[in-house]
Design a protein around this ligand. Structure first.
Ligand SMILES: *[C@@H]1O[C@H](CO)[C@@H](O)[C@H](O)[C@H]1NC(C)=O
Length: 395
């Protein structure tokens, strides 16, 4: 029987033990040193990368992950790594914008009217561009403005974005063009028309007021119920009117600010002309859906008077004291009793006494058939300077 005596083993074990411990003596410090070097290298690397990233890129909020703005010195180029929520809204390669005609300077830059051609199809659009020299913050806000249209403004009675271009400069939004457009100007245009000429004004009557008002209320109700947003500037000047008296509520700047930041800056809220503001908004800046209802009442007045300035006999600063001592505008001549009653409900001092938008929509619905179909008219033609003064709207 070969019994391998273990001495050798023991020695070898011992030797091994000695060997391994001496290896350990060498290996452990080496491993430690190497891992330290690796860790330090990683830290240095990540710090450098971060610094570099901070210098050239701005990463948008989490919901826009993957979109980065890279500064190129003379402008900003948006690099889309992962297609964010705006992906499907980015203007396709085969769409061409032609015949750009400058309209006015908007909040972010020039606004133009243009023709959008996609193959054989051409449609009139409005292009809102981001001006060339902008801060990163402004670029970010502009992209969020596009996102706001994509996410929030998705109701047939709100202004519609067709496409956007936020991947690189020049950045712009392509909105549908609505004709005749500005509701206030449209109402004024009805004043100057010769009653003899057969035109749209032939049909513009109290019933049309109901049809328009219902659409405005539907747009505002959608903003409120779907997105918990208040418009903040409900007025004829904020509404666009299209073919067949279709309505698009525009002027969504404050709703956007609330959506983006969770609040509206007091300075911005105070820009709204006093004659449209609910009393509680003037006194303690409380902007609620019920303060939108108050302004909606003023809009009804504008509609039925073909764009007359509210409280024509009062200075803007005198309106609030008058309202508090229960003064309200008189019933316009062309206005039926149900419509006037609705206005007065919108102008209840206590905001909880005012109707909600769903109730307003229902009221308008049930009274539409009783509305007058006689053409609305006004002998006074509108003078813009006179209007600005009386309405307290400063351009
Ligand atoms: C407004 O009306 C509600 C309900 O009718 C009432 O509870 C509230 O006290 C009123 N607010 C004021 C300031 O009168």
């Amino acid at each position: 029987m070969d019994v391998q005596t273990p001495p050798c083993n023991t020695t070898s074990e011992n030797q091994c033990g000695v060997k391994s411990s001496s290896y350990a003596l060498i290996i452990i410090p080496v491993l430690l040193a190497v891992s330290t070097v690796i860790v330090v290298a990683l830290i240095v690397y990540s710090v450098c990368c971060k610094r570099q990233e901070r210098a050239v890129t701005v990463v948008f909020n989490s919901d826009t992950s993957g979109k980065r703005v890279r500064s190129t010195g003379c402008g900003s180029v948006l690099v889309s790594t992962v297609s964010g929520p705006l992906g499907p809204w980015e203007i396709p390669e085969d769409c061409v914008l032609e015949e750009l005609a400058f309209l006015h300077t908007g909040r972010y830059g020039p606004v133009c009217r243009s023709q959008l051609s996609a193959g054989q199809v051409t449609s009139a659009v409005v292009v809102k561009t981001l001006r060339d020299s902008t801060s990163q913050a402004e670029v970010k806000e502009f992209v969020n403005w596009a996102r706001f249209h994509a996410v929030v403004s998705r109701h047939e009675n709100l202004v519609q974005m067709l496409f956007c271009q936020t991947r690189h400069v020049p950045m712009y939004l392509v909105l549908e063009d609505v004709n005749p457009g500005n509701l206030l100007h449209f109402l004024w245009s009805l004043r100057n028309e010769d009653p003899g000429t057969p035109s749209q004004s032939q049909q513009f009557c109290e019933k049309s007021v109901y049809l328009l008002a219902k659409q405005v209320a539907a747009g505002l109700e959608y903003l409120h119920s779907e997105h918990r947003l208040v418009h903040g500037d409900v007025a004829a000047r904020s509404v666009l009117i299209g073919a067949g008296l279709s309505v698009r509520v525009a002027g969504l700047g404050m709703a956007f600010e609330a959506w983006e930041t969770g609040k509206v800056a007091n300075r911005r809220a105070a820009e709204v002309p006093l004659k449209w503001q609910a009393p509680e908004r003037i006194t303690h800046l409380a902007m609620t859906t019920r303060s939108d209802v108050w302004s909606f009442g003023i809009l009804l007045y504008e509609l039925v008077t073909l764009g007359a300035p509210p409280y024509p006999g009062l200075e803007p600063l005198d309106v609030l004291p008058q309202i508090r001592s229960s003064y309200r505008m008189e019933k316009p001549e062309s206005c039926g009793t149900p419509l006037y009653e609705l206005m007065k409900c919108c102008w209840m001092l206590n905001s909880s006494d005012r109707p909600t938008f769903p109730a307003i929509i229902q009221l308008l619905q049930s009274y539409t058939d009783l509305a007058d179909t006689k053409r609305l008219s006004s002998l006074e033609s509108m003078n813009i300077f006179e209007y600005s003064k009386k309405a307290g709207v400063f351009p």
